[in-house]
Design a protein around this ligand. Structure first.
Ligand SMILES: CC(C)(COP(=O)(O)OP(=O)(O)OC[C@H]1O[C@@H](n2cnc3c(N)ncnc32)[C@H](O)[C@@H]1OP(=O)(O)O)[C@@H](O)C(=O)NCCC(=O)NCCS
Length: 157
């Protein structure tokens, strides 16, 4: 890769809109019926932190984290722009996410749609394990697979 990718938090509404568009134009969001407006609402929710990957000032990837909640350390969404997929940007983002979550906790959780075989392969390769199936969780007729990578129990001895 000629120019180094940079990861940082979104800084403006315009950037948030680009992230929402990136996700809304791709699966799994299309199949699940999650619209641009729904994604934008999530990105504006103070519970979530949205990050971007920039190459030459262009947004080529995005991910959304939820640090607090039922499962501490939850990766809500991740997406790489179609033409940039397969260039290890996904792995780069996952390394960033793991460093962040494992610095304060012992788990990273995420959900992946049962039809999203490519993403399942991607997470498994990175050491994520299937821990459950959430039937009709996001949309009727589709299962979400809950995956987890762990460094050990939440409570230290
Ligand atoms: C899933 C996703 C984030 C991975 O990011 P990426 O930048 O494409 O992945 P990387 O280049 O880091 O690839 C790492 C591994 O992912 C898998 N992978 C990536 N692109 C792939 C492709 N086109 N076909 C099959 N496997 C692929 C491979 O296992 C690859 O390992 P390899 O280097 O041994 O081939 C990205 O493909 C994406 O945005 N997909 C659409 C949105 C999505 O499904 N998000 C996840 C929702 S849970």
């Amino acid at each position: 890769m000629k120019h180094k990718p940079v990861i940082r938090k979104v800084r403006s509404e315009a950037e948030r809109k680009i992230c929402a568009k990136l996700m809304a134009g791709s699966d799994p969001w299309i199949t699940l019926g999650i619209t641009n407006e729904m994604i934008l609402r999530t990105l504006k929710d103070p519970l979530h932190e949205t990050f971007i990957v920039l190459i030459d000032d262009q947004i080529v990837g995005t991910f959304v984290l939820q640090e607090k909640g039922a499962f501490t350390g939850y990766l809500k969404s991740i997406a790489v722009k179609k033409e940039w997929q397969g260039h290890n940007l996904g792995e780069l983002m996952m390394a960033f996410i793991e460093e962040r979550f494992f610095s304060s906790g012992t788990n990273v959780f995420l959900c992946v749609s049962s039809f999203n075989k490519k993403a399942q392969k991607f997470y498994k390769k990175l050491g994520y394990q299937e821990v459950g199936v959430l039937t009709d969780y996001v949309a009727k007729g589709y299962d979400e697979i809950l995956m987890r990578k762990t460094k050990g129990p939440v409570l230290k001895k």
